[in-house]
Design a protein around this ligand. Sequence first.
Ligand code: NAD
Ligand code: UDP
Length: 350
Amino acid sequence: MRSILLTGGNGYIGTHTCVSFLKKNYKIIVLDSNVNSSPISLKRVKEIFKLRKNSQENIIFEKGDIRNEIFLRNVFINAIKRNSPIKAVVHFAGLKSVKDSVIDPLSYWDSNLFGALCLLKVMNKYKCKTIVFSSSAAIYGKNIKNPIEEISLIKPISPYGDTKVAVEKILENLFLSDTKHEWRIANLRYFNPIGAHHTGLIGENPYDVPSNIFPYICGVAIGKYKKLNIFGNDWPTKDGTGVRDYIHVMDLADSHLSAMEFLLNNEPQIINLNIGTGIGTSVLELVKIFEKVNNCIIPFDFYDRRLGDVAQLIANNKNAIYKLNWKPKKSLEDMCRDGWKWKKLNPNGY
Ligand code: NAD
Ligand code: UDP
């Protein structure tokens, strides 16, 4: 049986995607440098599958950096030696903080662009030509019409978003240059993943003070932070606070499996897909639901707008639903309940 390589598979979304692939009995190889994650996450994934026979044999961990081509080649060679060559890749590995990318753009270009180039060169060498790439809603322009379609204006406002557009462009060039028509490529443009696996065994594990809203709310709920600062209550939205399209991380994880199966079962192509629920939720609505579901109080203050923020980001997810055998199943209540369960059970992360 051939394997699927998950670069960055120890990270937040990668760990949950491991669960999706293992549930369908795929053999997976997780490659990670652990620059922003803990290898314990994989032990937890194995714990989730304790009841399932043989599942532990289906995960291999390769520790290293995607920018190290020799290491990458060895990952492909090792898989061949195990008689389970790599059939396809899900590429999560990279840096993801919009704020840090403004401060240190070179590190972002190095990890996200150079890392992708190294990976694609090695994939090409070993004739592995199927890839699902972690792109982002951060590639879209400011103040465009919601819900956002895949053909909406691409005009990122951060170096992080720029790196995602650049990798999408390289993938497009690669696809068009391929006279044999072998490349199969899906760019999944994630909206706002939150929550955790329902067991609370795996979840988001930020090392610094979180800049994203959901881990910050969890930090307030656990008593680590006194209150939530809501960035602006004068946005042109239903209650003046920012609106986002939050998606349960397990629904997002499942979209990778669906995209991979779609690519492998159809003719070679390149597709861009928004992955969200299509539902907009304001900061105040999110706080209210979190409080109600988890029976707690989240103190908050209104604060100035955050630099670079936009009023709304909502996905038009019709293409993903139409093309993939996928649709988001979990509610905002599920996201709040599961995310809080993870935080309660793991107040300091892994
Ligand atoms: P994460 O930081 O939790 O996971 C990324 C993983 O990649 C980490 O385990 C990290 O150690 C690893 N990594 C980073 N650079 C590496 C390198 N050079 N070599 C090997 N491993 C490396 O992030 P996440 O939230 O799981 O996001 C996964 C992907 O999805 C990223 O590419 C991110 O840009 C993208 N994305 C995330 C979000 C989000 O809200 N979380 C939204 C849109 C897109
Ligand atoms: N937000 C907030 N306080 C925080 C973090 C975020 O009010 O401490 C708001 C932010 O202005 C936006 C929404 O919550 O309207 C989602 O922000 P996040 O950073 O999680 O996602 P992104 O803006 O990258 O989509």
